[in-house]
Design a binder for this molecule. Structure first.
Ligand SMILES: C[S@@+](CC[C@H](N)C(=O)[O-])C[C@H]1O[C@@H](n2cnc3c(N)ncnc32)[C@H](O)[C@@H]1O
Length: 242
C-alpha cells in the first residue's frame, strides 16, 4: 500500500495474485478485464492490442496482455478469476465487471458460475462512436453487476443510476482507459470507506477513482509497463490534489 496505506498496484497475473489474499479482505470488486472481443476471426483476435484498439500506429499506447482468447476459453478463465476474487471478498460485497456486447452473455455466465449473484447490467453510453449505415451504432459498453450472496437494502449506499454518459478520455495512456468520472460514479456502489479490488488495473483508473472517493484500493496488473504507468499516474494525481 502507498500514500498512507490507501492504495497499491501489484504487478502479476490476477489468478496467481488473488490466491495470496486472505478471505474477507475486500468490500467490492470493480474491474475492466481484457474483453478478448476485438476482431471477428481468431487471426484478427491474435493481433497486438495496439493494432486492434488504436489507429495511432507507432504513437499508440503500449499493447497489453490477455486479449487473444476465444470465447470459450475467455468464459472459463473469467469464471476462474471471478471465483478467486469472490473468495477474498466479504459477504454481501458488490462486483462490477465491464464488458462489451459480444462478450455480454459469456460475462453473465462466468459471473454466475463463479458463485456471484447476478443482479443487473448497467450501461456506459460513450456517445460518439462510428456510424454504421443501416445498423445501430455500437455506442455502449456494459457493467455486469452482482453481489457475493445477499446484498441488504440497508447498506449505507445511495440510489445509483443505471446509465452513465461519458465520452472516452481525450488523451489516453492506456488503449482501453475508462473515463475517471465514470469510475468515480461506479465505485460508489461500495460501502463508504471500503477496500476495493481491481484485478485488471490497466492505467489505474479504478484505483485512482476509489481513493478520490474516500476508499482504499488494490489493483493487479500483469503488463509491467502499465503497472508502472498506473503507479506514476496515481502518485501524480493524488499529489496534485493534496
Ligand atoms: C481493459 S484493460 C483495463 C483498463 C483500465 N480500466 C484503465 O482504465 O486503464 C485490462 C488490463 O488487464 C491486464 N491484464 C490482462 N490479463 C491479466 C491478468 N491475467 N492478470 C492481471 N492483469 C491482466 C491488461 O494488461 C490490461 O492492462
Amino acid at each position: 500500500m502507498s500514500d498512507n496505506q490507501k492504495w497499491s498496484i501489484l504487478q502479476g497475473d490476477a489468478l496467481k495474485v488473488l490466491g495470496t489474499f486472505a478471505p474477507n479482505t475486500f468490500d467490492a470488486v470493480i474491474t475492466d478485464p481484457p474483453y478478448a472481443s476485438g476482431g471477428r476471426t481468431q487471426t484478427e483476435k491474435n493481433k497486438s492490442t495496439a493494432r486492434k484498439y488504436s489507429s495511432m500506429g507507432e504513437n499508440a499506447p503500449p499493447p497489453f496482455d490477455g486479449d487473444a482468447k476465444d470465447q470459450r476459453s475467455w468464459t472459463r478463465w473469467a469464471a476462474e478469476w471471478l471465483y478467486e476474487a469472490r473468495k477474498v471478498c466479504k459477504s454481501g460485497a458488490p462486483v462490477c465487471m465491464f464488458i462489451d456486447w459480444r462478450q455480454l452473455p459469456a460475462a453473465t455466465d462466468a459471473l454466475q458460475w463463479a458463485g456471484w449473484i447476478w443482479r443487473g447490467t448497467a450501461v456506459w453510453d460513450k456517445g460518439n462512436s462510428r456510424p454504421q449505415k443501416g445498423r445501430f451504432r455500437q455506442q455502449a459498453e456494459y457493467i455486469v453487476w452482482g453481489s457475493n450472496g445477499d446484498m441488504p437494502i440497508s447498506r449505507p449506499v445511495p440510489c445509483l443510476p443505471g446509465v452513465f454518459k461519458y465520452g472516452n478520455p481525450q488523451s489516453r495512456i492506456h488503449l482501453t482507459e475508462k473515463p475517471l468520472q465514470l469510475m468515480r460514479d461506479i465505485v460508489k456502489i461500495t460501502e463508504p470507506g471500503g477496500h476495493i479490488l481491481d484485478p485488471f488495473a490497466g492505467s489505474g483508473t479504478t484505483v485512482l477513482a476509489a481513493v478520490q472517493e474516500g476508499y482504499t484500493a488494490t489493483g493487479i496488473e500483469v503488463t509491467d509497463t502499465y503497472a508502472e504507468l498506473a503507479r506514476e499516474r496515481i502518485r501524480k494525481e493524488l499529489a496534485c490534489a493534496a
